[in-house]
Design a protein around this ligand. Sequence first.
Ligand code: HEC
Length: 180
Amino acid sequence: MKYVLPLMAMLVPATAMAWPWSTDMMNQPSIKPQETDHGVIHQFPARSVPVTGIPTKVANREEAKGLSNPIAVDEHSLKIGRRLFRIYCAACHGLDGKASSPVSPKIGAIDLTMDYVQKDLTPGWIWGTITFGSAIMPAYGKPGEGGGSNDLSVEERWHVVNYVRNALVKEPAATMAGTQ
Ligand code: HEC
């Protein structure tokens, strides 16, 4: 009699087909990750996005040139862009962007407040330059490919573009001496 109760307890999941090793719930019509249809992996449905944010399907600066900026230019974005610029770009381009850092002349970092950067280059090209780097400039968006440190996310790079194009020229020289 003392074995009946545990035995019955063990049989309950059996009637529900819910043993830990049961795969009944797994085998269903939905398509599983990496599952192929006659050898062809299913494409992601249109409009699916990676969980981390905006998809980027560009392989180089040339392809990035025409990208439209998905991040609105507002106070929030400019604030993030400014902070990142001062961390990642100022060492070479100067806190005011005018190639004023001690390193600027040594490596030929350009003045980012020039019309060339402010008007001629597209926002997509600047984003692409940050993403893939340039002749001397490091890349900030290429994970695991040597030169790239991948320190900036897709969104962060757009915030920097927003700042460079909308606020950098207005940066008062006084900020040069301070830390903020
Ligand atoms: C290690 C130094 C260095 C850092 C850090 C750096 N740059 Fe540059 N950048 C350069 C140099 C040098 C050039 C000019 C030569 C070249 O294109 O590589 C340049 C060129 C550029 C150009 C012009 C590209 C073109 O097509 O002519 C832009 C825009 C730019 N940098 C933006 C940035 C931004 C934004 C950051 C921060 C995310 C940044 N740079 C960080 C060194 C740097």
